[in-house]
Write a protein that binds this ligand. Structure first.
Ligand SMILES: NC(=O)c1ccc[n+]([C@@H]2O[C@H](COP(=O)([O-])OP(=O)(O)OC[C@H]3O[C@@H](n4cnc5c(N)ncnc54)[C@H](OP(=O)(O)O)[C@@H]3O)[C@@H](O)[C@H]2O)c1
Length: 362
């Protein structure tokens, strides 16, 4: 039986530490957790059982292991210190007997996106970002259909368009849309991406460093590595869809509170095949996982025990390949959630009605 391990880490420090250590989560402040995480060793979280391929019937098992650093710690500490802790966590995966290792959330963002970590470990490594791209774009397509937004004429935006995930999402969406804003902080990098894609894509591409252009977009895919939210209620037009792939989130909780005419969906939730038990609650309903976890699982099921997605330049070819592998074994885009709650057809209909009313008032 092939095996895998997946590295998670605290993102919302108090909430996530409480999932494993309820007492410490209650006792310590966010700042204290940040501080102590520097000295904490890697943590064994749980064994994962019951993932079964729908095509081959083969089963795999795996483990969640945790790198104790919070996103803030990973950005504040010297890169070498962060690499050392992630590699230490990878060594725990090797001792458990994992055949492949996935890097969750910020452990795949830091530095060169897994290259140094993979070179220092014997176990093959993947960031999971190729399948994250595929599922994020699928989610935008599906949400557009549910909200009656015709893709061909739509104006969309990718926020974090210079990032590893953002760049390929922009490339894929640009084939299908009318107009696409590439949003980021670095104008030169954005123009480079526009120039690279221009000519081979359908959409008109507009680089921008201003979030207020979001008010022109009906579809927004956001995937920055910002520690704080970057999308606020005043940025958005009624009836628009925002797919938030970033962890920590890019969309302010104020959007949910103040804008009931917007559909915000969490990017990256996937159905896992088989009677899976994670033996750990990471905030999803049973049998659902993040796309980056699913990439690691799909590779283990397929026997592709090799370094897979690494580095800041994800290729479209890899995205298409992992999509086919994952689909073959029974993984796929799951239903939508928004700020950790299920999005029902009634919720979508209510958003559409409020958006129609708001647009009539404008
Ligand atoms: N849901 C999932 O399954 C899943 C899987 C993997 C990763 N993720 C999440 O995806 C996000 C991005 O990952 P990545 O690997 O693509 O990261 P990345 O390559 O480092 O790219 C990050 C992007 O965010 C931008 N950015 C950073 N800080 C910002 C700020 N304060 N305001 C605006 N833009 C900012 C960067 O712009 P500059 O070029 O200006 O620096 C860059 O475009 C992370 O939050 C990660 O946790 C989610």
């Amino acid at each position: 039986m092939n095996t895998f391990a997946f590295i998670i880490h605290p993102i919302d420090p108090k909430r996530d530490v409480s999932r494993k250590y309820p007492f410490l989560g209650r006792l310590l402040s966010e700042r204290q957790i940040d501080f102590f995480s520097t000295y904490f060793p890697p943590v064994y979280i749980s064994k994962i059982e019951g993932i079964r391929s729908v095509s081959s019937g083969q089963e795999i098992e795996g483990w969640f292991i945790a790198c104790p650093f919070t996103p803030r710690r990973m950005l504040e500490l010297p890169e070498k210190t962060v690499y050392r802790k992630i590699i230490q966590t990878g060594r725990l995966a090797e001792r458990l007997g994992a055949d492949i290792l996935g890097l969750g959330a910020f452990t795949s963002v830091v530095g060169d996106a897994g290259l140094t970590i993979a070179r220092s470990l014997d176990v093959p490594v993947t960031t999971g970002d190729s399948y994250t791209v595929y599922i994020a774009v699928q989610a935008v397509r599906k949400a557009a259909e549910l909200m009656d937004i015709p893709l061909k004429q739509a104006t969309a935006a990718v926020v974090g368009a210079t990032g590893s995930i953002g760049q390929v999402c922009a490339e894929l969406l640009a084939d299908e849309l009318g107009r696409l804003f590439l949003i980021g902080r670095n104008e030169e990098k954005l123009r480079e991406i526009r120039d690279r894609l221009a000519g081979s894509t359908r959409a008109e591409l507009i680089p921008s460093t201003h979030m207020d252009v979001l008010s022109q977009a009906q579809l927004i895919l956001t995937v920055t590595s910002s520690l704080h939210d970057v999308i606020h209620p005043e940025h958005l037009q009624p009836g628009s869809v925002v797919c938030d792939v970033a962890r920590p989130r890019d969309v302010s909780a104020m959007v949910a509170a103040a804008r009931n005419d917007i559909l915000v969906i969490d990017g990256g939730m996937v159905d896992v095949p088989g009677p899976v038990d994670f033996h750990f609650n990471f905030g999803f309903p049973p049998a659902k996982a993040y796309a980056c976890m699913a990439e690691t699982m799909a590779l283990a099921l397929d026997g592709r025990l090799e370094d897979y997605t690494l580095g800041k330049h994800i290729t479209r070819k890899r995205v298409e390949e992992i999509a086919a592998i994952a689909e073959r074994h029974g993984f796929g885009l799951s239903g939508f959630r928004s700020f950790e709650r299920e999005v029902t057809p009634e919720h979508i209909e209510a958003v559409r009605q409020r958006a129609r009313m708001a647009n009539r008032r404008l």
